[in-house]
Design a protein around this ligand. Sequence first.
Ligand code: GLC
Length: 723
Amino acid sequence: MRRPMSGPGSLQQGNIVARIDTLLGAMTLAEKIGQLNMAAGSGAVSGPGERVALEEGVRAGHIGSVLNVWGTQQVHALQRLAVENSRLRIPLLVGLDVLHGHRTIFPIPLAEAGLLDEGLWERSAAAAAAEAAADGINLTFAPMLDVSRDPRWGRIAESPGEDPYIAARFAVAKTRGFQGADLREAARVAATAKHLCAYGAVTAGREYAAVDTSMLSVHETYLPPFAAAVGAGVAAIMPAFTDLAGVPLTAHGELLENWLRARQAFAGVVISDYNAVSELINHGVAGDIVEAAALALRAGVDIDMAAGGYSRGLEQALQRGLISMAQLDRSVRRVLELKERLGLFAHPFARGESNPPPESRTLARELARRSIVLLTHRQPVLPLAPGLRRLGLIGPLAEDSAQMLGPWAASGSPREPVSVRAGLAAALPGCRIDCLEGYPLSDDGEPAIGAVEELCQEAELVILCLGEAAVMSGEAASRSHLGLPGGQRAIAEAALASGTPVVALLSSGRPLVVPWLIERAHAVLATWFLGIEAGHAVADVLTGQHNPSGKLTVSWPRAVGQLPIFYAQRPSGRPSRSDERFSSCYLDVPFTPQFHFGHGLSYSRFELQQLECSPLTVRSGGSFTVSVAVENQSDTAGETVVFLFVRDLVASVAQPVLLLKGWQRISLGARERGALRWNIPVEALRFIGRDLEPTLEPGRFEIHVGHSAASVERLACTIELSA
Ligand code: GLC
């Protein structure tokens, strides 16, 4: 079943199909291969040599799309060559990684996921799309949907975290935000769901390493976000660089053809990752570029990103009978259809004509402050006292605003972000703020212990601004140790020993393993990389302008040795128990994470009460309701998230001890009491059976609601699914 293209109706579609058929019939082999060739520029201003090569290729019809070129002038110059100078006047796809903002950089996805607010996720994608489109971009390589359970892997920063249900909701919101209802809108861009799939399960968290997970886990955990993206109409899919049990995703016909196109009815375009077609040779599954090109095309990869593999190999592959003209035409047709969906034939210059939208700084600040997670608040030092007169800021991230952009900020300007110091100075005009780097992020100096001790003696309170450089997460940024880089611990220890109250801010692209800091600081906050409004957002939370409401969508490890760590573990025959040596645990650390999935404190105090499930016996095709009361037992208004988990107690395939099936946010005034209600279809209790198909089996199910995956924060009841 081919998914109908967007447009007013079948007449429009009929015209489009006819136009594509005509084009296809007129194309030479070189022009067909050209439509499958995506060439790379190098940013807003390409070098002279590169620009000439791009221009020649576009003019000759040997390049059908480009990436990493943005800015109206640059893009329109190339688009003009395509639609006015090339023989068939076919417009270009113009792609860029717009992961978390374009000009206005928002928090990294791992931070934004913790908002658990689908409306804001969609709004930020729409704002990013409008800014990118104003720069001539019509395709983004986002959202990244890799379920990530190993923070050694730097790309966890780009992910929505460890849970497939959250990743699926994130996928839908981002696809809708980027693409809108009609891709012909000049302020929208085609989205690319990436990287299909299981890239987050690389061996030992090492970037690009082999992936050897089971097909059961692939269907249970790694594919659902992509199914959700396809269901939301995502225009493109990008396979991962990695293999899956020896079959590189770039050549994985079983997943790309059988699961994605046949089972999910995906009718969009599959775009390889950067140079991945050529890397099939390194994987050891292709002897040369001809075989690599043939493998990828046959598997269903339509566009070769930046490898030149299709340009160099497809003609020979055809001559050697490794591919058919029908397979080639199939991919060319999909590319032309996407260009039609984007309205590029009719209006190739629409994107970039309009003035850029006003900066989304207000939205950036809202997203940033809602992303901050209050991890601990052991001593009531927050919100900062309004009469604070002397504040010490210590650490390499107190003033280094460029880091706040995070690892994927293609077009963001490093000068723009508001630093922590600037944000606090603006929020606390009457307070003297002394700032000391203490130790450089570049890790090439000596910790300034004496100066730290002196500053702490003078200050009423010290804020440690610690963490990673932006380049220490994102792509090609795996770390084997997850502590603070360099000598930061030395300056933190000096501050902790001073006796002055210490609040620690952790800016990073991943959870950091710092139990010594967590146990001793008065409060610790995960401030991730918050984008251009970082400093104001931090100040909003520290001063109480915003009552912290961010949550962890990843389990926070106590030690690297626990990795991969995630809440949805299968119980094993000897389920983890702290009081049983012969159970699934460690000798040297508790088996639990430092902070559970869903953790995030507030200045308020919320309690869950009166969990009810009804009916207690359900049948296939039916549904049940879950309700819970939530009480704010503090004098501070605030927001919290309540998660709904399910546990299938007995099934033909061992099921995880918990699986997320929903969440709701609730705002409550001081001492206010509210109620939440879910109506859950019984179908939501399905699991992936041994045959890899969705399966529903009668039996007992526990329903848990809680503030996190921590057992102490959950209420539970049991329902029965009758045969
Ligand atoms: C990179 C990444 C991918 C990105 C692409 C284009 O290597 O793996 O996520 O979209 O190349 O920049």
